[in-house]
Design a protein around this ligand. Structure first.
Ligand code: IMP
Length: 426
């Protein structure tokens, strides 16, 4: 498996961190390809819990880790994460590579993210308020500040002064909040520059060389398919491309260099933030799933909305990512239920039914789920899957025509069952 993408197949929080952690053992380079500190990967190792937001989770395994050009980097978060890892006994020196083309999340991005959400009121997107959208917007407008700008104090000063002059107008006149002082921001950025400079790298070349040398490269997605800016449930999406193709774009490699795409989906569905959610559970089972699954956000602590497994949305994820195998996480959370509804089709406003994800937003906003009810297994899932759990997994495989090769059965690192000798299904 020279180049494998691990992609979230739902609305994020599918448990990708744990799967990356598992596969990172056999990888040489782990790459984060989009997003920034809006992602939150939780990895439990013995008594230790790691919550990683900016660096690829492979760092916990002592692997070389790269942050691609398609990412946005909050320097404070990145530096604090590295310091925390070092303090907990992990070596990071020589292992961290950050694309010089990645964009920096500046303090005004965070301020604007919060101010816009407050202004939108009940129409808000429910962002993580980490400055993600405003940073990507500036990238597209071409007034963003990139990681490589940190290497040249003169360019850095010019760009900060230009950005502050414009942002302060918005902050003060539109949102009526405090402006920024360019010199203070510059001083803080120069401190960041001193720390980050040794990590700046040509990550396209790094990946290309690794692949040419026959090394194994793992691309770790953040967020999930339905949060993709182009293909997700716009406008309730993030501002980047979490889908698998985003890995090639972010790292500047041709799409044919990617060999495998492992989709990660929960055995049910969760979503943070606003937006339609057809299989959302109504009634007391909602809170049961939420509390059994500890469904509270890693980054924001917000409650996650919970739904039954949605095969229409998952079929869409298989299609847009080219998923070659699936990891179904948190199957153990469903052990308490005697019956398990699975959404197999959507009923559209015109009363027709479809197995395919609606291309038109109004169909998606107004569709209703059609459930098939599968029997629960009523037993703790540990080393082996009970028959009904096996049948649940087989139902998913048959509906999607993709093998489920890994199943998550608990929070700890070792709580993953490989259903095939080769979890990538090669
Ligand atoms: P943003 O990425 O902070 O701009 O937030 C946009 C939308 O994506 C909101 O609905 C967030 O809750 C959601 N989102 C962003 N990152 C994640 C994640 O890592 N997991 C789940 N949802 C996320």
């Amino acid at each position: 498996m020279p180049a494998t993408v691990i992609v979230g197949a739902q609305w994020g929080d599918e448990g990708k961190g744990k799967i990356v952690d598992l596969l990172a053992q056999d990888s040489d380079l782990v790459c984060r390809y989009q997003g920034g500190p809006n992602a939150g990967h939780t990895i439990v190792v013995g008594e230790e819990t790691y919550r990683i937001r900016q660096i690829p989770s492979g760092i916990i395994r002592g692997k070389a880790c790269a942050i691609g050009a398609g990412c946005v980097v909050d320097p404070d978060v990145l530096i604090a994460e590295i310091d925390d890892l070092e303090a907990r006994g992990h070596r990071t020196e020589g292992l961290v590579f950050v694309s010089g083309n990645a964009h920096l999340i500046m303090p005004w991005h965070v301020a604007l993210d919060g101010a816009r959400e407050r202004r939108l009121g009940r129409l808000q997107i429910g962002t993580t308020r980490r400055g993600i959208g405003p940073a990507y917007a500036d990238k597209a407008t071409r007034i963003g500040i990139r990681v490589q700008d940190l290497l040249d104090p003169k360019i850095l000063r010019e760009k900060i002064e230009l950005a502050v002059a414009e942002k302060n107008v918005w902050l003060e006149r539109v949102y009526e909040i405090e402006p920024f002082d360019a010199q203070e921001v510059l001083a803080a950025s120069l401190v960041h520059a001193a720390r980050i400079a040794p990590w700046v790298a040509d990550t396209s070349l790094l990946v290309d060389r690794a692949l040419r040398d026959g090394r194994r490269v793992l691309f770790e997605g953040g967020q999930g398919t339905l949060l993709d800016l182009d293909h997700g449930t716009y406008p309730f999406v993030t501002s980047s491309s979490p889908i698998a193709a985003g890995a090639a774009v972010s790292f500047g490699i041709g799409p044919r260099r990617i060999d495998e795409v492992l989709g990660v989906a929960k055995a049910y569905v969760t979503r943070v933030g606003e937006g339609p959610f057809p299989s959302e559970i109504v009634g007391p089972d909602h809170d049961r799933v939420q509390s059994l699954g500890h469904e509270f956000g890693t980054v924001t602590g917000r409650e996650r909305r919970c739904g039954w497994l949605d095969l229409v949305a998952l079929r869409f994820a298989v299609r847009v990512n080219g998923i070659t195998s699936l990891a179904l996480t948190k199957l153990d959370v469903l052990s308490d239920f005697s019956e398990l509804p699975v959404c197999v089709r959507y009923r559209l406003p015109d009363d027709t039914e479809t197995e395919d994800f609606p291309a038109h937003q109004s169909d998606f906003h107004h569709c209703r789920p059609v459930f098939e009810v599968l029997p629960g297994w009523g037993a703790h899932v540990e080393d082996e899957l009970p028959d009904a759990a096996r049948a649940y997994v087989a139902f998913v495989e048959q509906a999607l025509d993709v093998p489920v090769t890994l199943v998550g059965t608990g929070a700890a690192r070792e709580h993953v069952l490989a259903l095939q000798d080769d979890p990538l299904g090669l």
